[in-house]
Design a protein around this ligand. Structure first.
Ligand code: ATP
Ligand code: MG
Length: 439
């Protein structure tokens, strides 16, 4: 029915030949059914963890979570998680099971899994095991809880966010009862550890169906990020916009490349708009200083969610910059590249592009950022021709200046002056630059 990679087939065969049942399970089986290449393989077996360790003693086996029955087998640098059939009980804190017990039947293992689409097991020798009709749901693009949705969400609040992640990343429609339980049970995510919330949110944000998820489940997200609440339905009475702040936000998240920094930036870029809003005498909305006010709010959110420092810092910087006036002239665009560096400049342009795409037809054609295509072209031209972005990229260096007799601060100051000269049109060539010093 499916073709599993050879390595997976041989791992399953080794477990079977030792008398155990073994299957591929979870996301990989789901992805094979919907003809998407799986990114990794989770395996499940009746063998106990120590038996798995013993069977693969000649390979790299990491006891990832022995008490939960999981070992990670690494073959050719690829990790395969092998988890013993297990059940869970007593979710007193709505986070983690109080106890797990190992089981002998695959059906019982599948019953503890959260959604039908991930509760399908497949083995080349045993075929499909699909007690919850997950195959039909995957084919129909439906995300459905295994069993009673509210019970499953109360056991583990992370599942609420996992549902949004699967809806976003796989484009699944959440089945009605499961959807209702998500809204009703949204507070169950509150006790979940910040890192796990951040991880799920990031994966959700990077999904292709994110706009729909944001528009439908904003209230759920707001449990993790209450600062989003003022954006919902907040009107923008300006000809540049034809959607409320949240609908605009959702559109811009979807419009940018699915990289965590960019997606988080768009989610939070207008976070301070409601707080900065005022209406002028003609009834037009203004949101002055919202980038400066929004940056520290975004920083606080990402700190609270324990985002990696690099992500937090870059998102904060991009939000602060997102509404700046772009320069038109080549030299000024070169200066922007020097000030921000290549990567940050490209990210800022991407942010502005997606921001612009979420505006009204009038806003897209009359706003200050209508010059974006030309700016982008100039940036690409400058990068392609190898325009110097720091003094290190100049055709002369400090030792050239020292041999000309310059000393101390003069060296750095002169290099900066030479970079300015190149920005203003002097060719970045040794003779041309040395000529400037002599003169
Ligand atoms: P992905 O493509 O993102 O890897 P996945 O479905 O494999 O999707 P994982 O987080 O890798 O998701 O988990 C593997 C499987 O383990 C899931 O399909 C699901 O059956 C089960 N699972 C994981 N986390 C939970 C949880 N919190 N509650 C219940 N079942 C879970
Ligand atoms: Mg997986």
């Amino acid at each position: 029915m499916f073709t599993l990679p050879e390595t997976v087939t041989s791992i399953l065969a080794r477990l079977e030949s030792a008398g155990h049942a073994a299957y591929a399970v979870g996301g990989a089986v789901r992805d094979l059914i919907r003809s998407v290449p799986p990114h990794d393989f989770d395996l499940t077996t009746s063998a106990r963890p120590e038996e798995v360790m013993a069977l693969f003693a000649n390979e790299t086996v990491i006891p990832t979570g022995l008490q939960h029955g999981t070992v990670t087998l690494v073959i050719d640098h690829t990790p395969y998680e092998i988890t013993t059939f297990r059940g869970e009980s007593g979710y007193a804190d709505h986070r983690r099971p109080d106890a797990v017990c190992f089981l002998d039947s695959i059906e019982d293992d599948l019953a503890r899994r959260d959604f039908t689409a991930g509760a399908i097991a497949y083995s080349p020798t045993r075929g499909l095991c699909d007690p919850f009709d997950g195959v039909a749901d995957v084919k129909a693009g439906v995300l459905r809880a295994v069993g009673d949705p509210m019970t499953r969400f109360s056991e583990d609040g992370l599942r609420v966010l996992r549902a949004l992640r699967f809806a976003s990343a796989c484009g699944f429609t959440i089945e009605a009862q499961t959807a209702r339980a998500l809204h009703e049970g949204k507070h169950l995510i509150a006790p979940v550890a910040a890192e796990r919330i951040y991880n799920e949110l990031t994966r959700t944000l990077c999904g292709a169906n994110i706009e729909q998820v944001l528009l439908t489940y904003g209230d759920v997200l707001a449990v993790a990020i209450p600062e989003l609440t003022p954006l919902f339905g907040f009107p923008q009475n300006t000809s540049y916009h034809d959607r409320d702040v949240w609908a605009h936000t959702a559109a811009t998240v979807a419009a940018i490349a699915p990289e965590p920094v960019l997606r988080w930036t768009m989610l939070l870029h207008d976070i301070a708009k409601p707080a900065c809003h005022y209406t002028d005498a003609r009834g037009t909305s203004h949101f002055k200083t919202h980038p400066e006010k929004g940056a520290p709010i975004a920083e606080a959110i990402l700190t609270r969610l324990k985002a990696e420092r690099a992500t937090r810092e870059e998102v904060t910087v991009l939000i602060r910059l997102h509404d700046i006036d772009l320069p038109k002239e080549r030299a000024d665009i070169h200066r922007l590249l020097v000030r921000l560096g290549k990567e940050r400049t490209l990210r800022l342009l991407a942010v502005k592009e997606s921001d612009l795409s979420g505006k009204s037809p009038y806003g897209r054609t009359h706003g200050r950022d209508v010059i974006l295509p030309e700016v982008k072209e100039t940036v690409e031209f400058l990068l392609a021709e190898g325009a110097p972005l720091t003094v290190r990229d100049l055709a002369v260096d400090g030792s050239d200046l020292l041999s000309l007799g310059l000393r101390g601060r003069e060296v750095g100051d002169t290099l900066s002056r030479l970079l300015e000269a190149v920005i203003d049109g002097t060719p970045n060539r040794r003779e041309a630059l040395l000529g400037l010093i002599d003169g």
